[in-house]
Design a protein around this ligand. Structure first.
Ligand SMILES: *Cc1c(COP(=O)(O)O)cnc(C)c1O
Length: 403
């Protein structure tokens, strides 16, 4: 009889967003006229910019004529897009187009990158964390067993707390695979150059690999904060970088991302660049031509200008949240280089208790920090993805209720 992958049975059900939806529905039923303001949205809301839509339409038209029709494209992406990314995003960092692999998303890539690593590697993640890194390693059998309260037996957790400015510190056990995400989801904090350099040095010293998720790179405003891990000396021998057009340019529904695997990244004489190329050509047939043309258009002068305007819109909302909450006496983090604001819940309340309180008193919805890991307890994530009007209203209600 067929044996299924038993690791799936170990995964605890993740009811975070289901539980939130249930509570919000119940509240709405009890308060039919009350406008609920959602600051828990984890998806972009600004539409695609015109040059992107135009490029997608033009490419779609090309597909309708024999002369310009395209079938299977290169598995790792079209040269035009890989070259544009290398020239634009890695201008002075000496990353070549064949070190860039186009894909349908950073979620796919961060979850399948484990395929090229041995199963007995020790994995380290931040706590709180984007759940994909953990769950994909559970499926691959690298996580051990789950225990309520302490998490997975074989995973090394790096607590990110107020005490360490939400930046991970070197764990007692030296990990082989280190997942880092900056600017961070959920905490919204970015990592200063020196700290990231320290991680690069650490990884090179111990022969570890850093899996660097830079999905929110475009939100960085603070001068000096690294946009790419390759700004750090020696990162090409220890790091893989993941980026996505999802949050940068509103591609969450369009699907396009890329992963950088430098040729200098080798372990035991094996090139990870070649392994990833083999992985992708075995497991995928590339991203659709119109979508890659759309991604290319993000880099045009007009595309950049308009994409920056959308990012500025989110930044403005984040600032409204930050300032409003500070005014109401809350302690808040993130929200500058990120669409996420990480607020400390009032003394004596859990993340979920605060969720209930905020819903009841303000009809405002956020995400309890405990949903992202043990060390997310006591925190609450608000996002800048709603409209400015709703963001202002939500903040006003919070200020009225809590001051
Ligand atoms: C949204 C997000 C991504 C992007 O995923 P896509 O599959 O490219 O849409 C990656 N990492 C983190 C931490 C995210 O929050």
């Amino acid at each position: 009889m067929v044996k299924v992958n038993e690791n799936f049975a170990k995964l605890p059900a993740n009811y975070l967003f289901v539980d939130i939806a249930k509570k919000v529905d119940a509240y709405q039923k009890e308060n039919p006229g009350r406008e609920i303001l959602r600051l828990g949205i984890g998806d972009v809301t600004r539409p695609l910019v015109k040059p992107v839509v135009d490029a997608m339409k033009k490419a779609a038209d090309e597909m309708g004529y024999a002369e310009t029709f395209r079938g299977y494209g290169p598995e790792a992406g079209y040269g035009f897009l890989r070259e544009t990314i290398a020239a634009h995003d890695y201008q002075n960092l000496d990353i070549s187009p064949d070190e860039i692999f186009i894909s349908d998303g950073a979620k796919s890539d961060t979850s399948s990158i484990g395929d090229i690593f041995g199963l007995d590697n020790i994995v380290a993640v931040c706590d709180p964390v984007y759940p994909v890194y953990v769950d994909s390693n559970v499926m691959a059998s690298r996580a051990g067993d789950y225990k309520e309260g302490s998490g997975w037996s074989k995973i090394v957790y790096m607590p990110c707390m107020e005490e360490n400015s939400f930046l991970p510190t070197f764990p007692k056990t030296v990990p082989d695979m280190i997942y880092l995400c900056f600017p961070n989801n959920p905490s919204g904090v970015s990592i200063p150059k020196e700290q990231l350099q320290a991680w690069v040095d650490y990884a090179n010293l111990h022969g570890s690999v850093i899996l660097y998720d830079a999905a929110y790179e475009a939100f960085i405003q603070t001068p000096g904060v690294p946009h790419s891990i390759y700004e750090c000396q020696g990162a090409k021998t220890c790091a893989i970088e993941f980026r996505s057009f999802s949050k940068t340019a509103g591609f969450t529904g369009v699907r396009c991302a890329f992963t950088v695997v430098p040729k200098a990244l080798q372990f035991g004489g094996t090139s990870l660049n070649q392994m990833w190329a083999r992985h992708q050509s075995t497991k995928m047939n590339g991203v659709s031509y119109p979508v890659q043309r759309a991604a290319e258009a993000v880099y045009t002068e007009e595309g950049q200008k308009l994409v920056r305007e959308n990012l500025a819109y989110y930044h403005k909302n984040a600032k409204i949240i930050l300032q409003g909450l500070q005014h109401a006496g809350f302690t808040v983090y993130g929200g500058v280089d990120s669409p996420y604001v990480w607020m400390k819940v009032p003394e004596g309340l859990t993340s979920w208790q605060f969720f209930d309180e905020l819903l009841k008193r303000c009809a405002v919805v956020g995400t309890p920090g405990s949903g992202f890991g043990t060390h997310g307890e006591g925190y609450f994530r608000l996002t800048s993805f709603n409209t400015t009007e709703n963001t202002e209203k939500a903040v006003q209600r919070i200020v009225e209720q809590f001051t």
